[in-house]
Design a protein around this ligand. Structure first.
Ligand code: SF4
Length: 413
């Protein structure tokens, strides 16, 4: 028998909104998902100017698939300037001011938390779209879940070969994933390769293509990681900075929306472009700057702050219920671990690539504050886009790099 600690995020207990001291605001630039209960409350209000506004601006989502999970039943239509139409002239929320906090939809009343219950245990991962949440999580020097006073454990039979749905192994999979992200015996890009291979095998288990079953597979994979027997194969994957920079620019273009000009996003992009000399320099010169920025500024900074990117990835694991996503709560939906890993890798490649450019812009002054600002801004810009990840996956497939080797080429420098 084996015992696994159920690792759950612990930052929400320490989070406090800094309100007027916040350098951004949660009410600007993204579509707020509205849950069914709040939508129905709004439709039952007596006639009033606010009721008229709610009728016009809170609209049902068209996709039945989206509607099935909270908070996607409906959405707030933003103003042309991308502000929430519910804000009054003092930038206060009219729903809260005129009706009370109990009329806020779940998204607004819980932001930046995502409240989810897994096997009867509630957890509240935070989105890094909030600057204060990003600071709290990224700069934490403790491993995830470390501060929890009460820990739960799962004791399971690690010799069983009886076929079980992959969902059965959610907690051991989470524990292994987080342990790999924080395993400093390997450089971070190699840990990502290990997770890529791990996810592919989970896919095979979910499809019934791997005969040995999860417990045997996990034991063998852990042993390979411990012995380093996969290192030679990992080292054979080449770094391709031309490809990396090209894909990075294409990913950024997917969310360059002139109708949605976020000043923070634009400022981050200007720093990035300054760092690599885009577009004034030739592509070869940009790649050369990108390479130099990595070795002179990015790598030394993260060598002395290894927790920041580990925390970024761990938070995604919690927030996305990696590698299950929504399938964790939809019994009929099949998990797609390899696809979930691609999403993780794309988001990480985007953050890493932009930070390499920004490190070149600030050189020796490159700091944790730059990292927090970039991660928060990119999370807000990309994480809430319903189409970004599927478009990004299509881009990788088109270039033939939607596989462990291709994804690693995006992550190795
Ligand atoms: S983004 Fe975060 S810190 Fe800023 S106002 Fe919203 S909840 Fe508060």
């Amino acid at each position: 028998m084996r015992t696994t600690t159920l690792i759950r995020p612990d930052a929400a207990d320490r989070f406090h909104c800094i309100a007027s001291a916040c350098e951004d605001t949660c009410c600007r630039g993204w579509a707020v998902g509205v849950d069914r209960a709040a939508f129905n409350k709004y439709r039952q209000l007596p006639d009033s100017p606010l009721r008229t506004l709610l009728d016009a601006k809170v609209v049902l989502n068209e996709s039945p698939a989206d509607k099935s999970l909270p908070p996607h039943y409906a959405a707030v239509k933003l103003d042309p300037g991308l502000a929430c139409p519910m804000l009054n002239e003092q930038s206060l929320c009219r729903i809260q001011a005129e009706l009370g906090a109990e009329f806020l939809c779940t998204t607004c009343s819980t932001f930046p938390r995502r409240i989810q219950k897994i096997d009867g245990l509630e957890e509240q991962p935070l989105t890094l779209s909030c600057p204060e949440a990003a600071r709290l999580i990224l700069l934490d020097r403790n491993p995830p879940g470390h501060r929890r006073k009460v820990l739960h454990h799962l004791t399971w039979d690690d010799t069983t070969t009886a076929p079980q749905p992959l969902r059965t192994w959610f907690w051991p999979i989470r524990a292994f994933t987080l342990a790999t992200i924080h395993n400093r015996d390997y450089p971070l890009w190699q840990r990502m390769f290990l997770l890529s291979a791990f996810s592919r095998r989970l896919d095979a288990i979910a499809c019934g293509e791997l005969n040995c079953g999860f417990p045997t597979f996990l034991r063998e994979f852990e042993s390979a990681v411990l012995s380093g027997s996969l290192r030679a194969a990992i080292e054979n994957v080449p770094a391709d900075l031309h490809l990396q920079l090209d894909i990075l620019l294409r990913l950024v273009h997917l969310r360059l929306d002139p109708a949605n000009p976020s000043p923070r996003f634009r400022s981050c992009l200007q720093d990035f472009m300054r760092g690599i000399g885009h577009p004034a320099s030739t592509p070869a010169q940009q790649v050369s700057s990108y390479r130099e920025n990595y070795s002179r500024f990015y790598a030394p900074f993260f060598a002395s702050h290894p927790n920041i990117l580990e925390n970024y990835l761990s938070n995604l694991v919690f927030y996305e219920r990696f590698p299950f996503g929504n399938s964790l709560f939809l019994p009929d939906a099949a998990p797609q671990p390899a696809k979930a890993f691609s999403h993780l890798a794309i988001q990480f490649a985007l953050i890493k690539g932009l930070l390499i450019g920004i490190a070149g812009a600030y050189k020796e002054s490159f700091s944790a504050a730059h990292v927090v600002r970039l991660v928060q801004t990119v999370s807000k810009r990309f994480e809430h886009s319903p189409s970004f990840l599927s478009e990004a996956c299509a881009l990788l497939a088109e270039r033939g790099i939607d596989n462990p080797t291709g994804l690693t080429m995006l992550l190795r420098n």
